[in-house]
Design a protein around this ligand. Structure first.
Ligand SMILES: [Zn+2]
Length: 325
């Protein structure tokens, strides 16, 4: 099977191609521990994150059981502060139940919230997140309402999700491809997965040949380099991007794996199968994986080039000093 990703069957019996766990990191987090740092920092608007919301009930001594506002976490987050001009910790100010219509022991289901986060350093700059919670409601055979498949999503944020293309990636892209990539980011920020996938795929296909040439500089000298160079020559005769990748993806040096995943293999899996009948949500996961793999590889190439440049400059200085004596 060509997929590096496992096909798994969800409760609704639709077959879904899941991105590798590295990219699907939200799935590894507790479904009770929401909203969390990554959700606030990175998640695009409207994408629902499953979050188990237990229906309110009465326990012994009148204690409220279930998911209540007072127990929702208020995680500190790291965001860029334009006043401090650096990454800073931002803390949530206020409570989920500050609103007059909400109580400490209200359920978050079917409610929306504005979360205000202030920079812990300048105490001035702030971010606002608008989130809402929901569940599926069904009636069981005893005519009781049952809650399942709870979720939380962002419905707005200020300032809005950055659609700036990573600087190093931008240095690698032509102006046309930068524009296409930016459109991919816009789609991703709005959870238009099919759109994001299409734009990222187009950019990947456009830059792949150059990227594979650049990656050659990262392969250590020796047997592996020879193999890579031979495969690289073969890729030049292929027109289709996935065929190019099939020839070379397994020759990536091990230090270019990211948390055990081969980024070329991930990109290959993402673009070799076409859109199929993937939903917007599924395309969104895959788009995120493509974007992160491209950024990862380009940054590696960039860092390697910068290191070589510094090394050469350093050597030149050293040698010129030596020979001057
Ligand atoms: Zn600040």
């Amino acid at each position: 099977m060509a997929h590096a990703w496992k096909a798994c069957v969800r409760k609704d019996s639709r077959v879904r191609i899941s991105p590798p766990p590295h990219f699907d990191k939200f799935n590894t987090l507790s479904k009770r521990d929401m909203p969390n740092k990554q959700f606030l920092e990175e998640y695009p608007l409207y994408k629902k994150f499953s979050f188990e919301i237990e229906k309110l009930g009465r326990g012994m001594y009148g204690i409220t059981l279930g998911t209540v506002l007072v127990k929702l976490p208020k995680p500190a987050i790291n965001m860029h502060c334009p006043i401090c001009k650096s990454m800073q910790t931002f803390n949530m100010v206020g409570e989920y139940y500050d609103d007059i219509n909400k109580k400490r022991e209200s359920s978050p289901a079917f409610l929306s919230f504005q979360l205000n986060y202030f920079c812990s350093s300048c105490k001035t700059n702030h971010y606002e997140f608008f989130i809402d919670f929901g569940v599926n409601r069904t009636i069981d055979k005893d005519k009781n309402e049952v809650w399942s498949n709870g979720w939380v999503r962002k419905i707005g944020q200020r300032p809005e999700w950055s659609i700036e293309v990573d600087k190093q990636l931008q240095g690698f892209l032509s102006s046309t491809n930068t524009e296409l990539f930016k459109r991919g980011l816009v789609c991703e920020s709005q959870s238009y997965g099919i759109g994001a996938y299409s734009y990222y795929r187009r950019v990947t296909e456009a830059i792949l040949a150059d990227l594979l040439v650049e990656i050659e500089t990262l392969v250590p000298e020796g047997k592996d380099k020879v193999k890579y160079t031979v495969a690289l020559e073969k890729t030049k005769k292929e027109i289709v991007a996935s065929n190019k990748l099939a020839l070379i993806k397994d020759l990536l040096p091990s230090d270019l794996l990211t948390e055990g995943y081969n980024p070329l293999d991930v990109i290959y899996s993402a673009i070799s199968d076409g859109l199929h009948n993937w939903t917007d949500e599924e395309c969104l996961d895959i788009s995120e994986a493509i974007r992160k793999c491209l950024e990862f590889l380009v940054v590696k190439v960039y860092v390697n080039k910068a290191a070589k440049k510094n090394f050469t400059a350093g050597m030149k200085r050293l040698l010129s000093g030596k020979f001057k004596k």
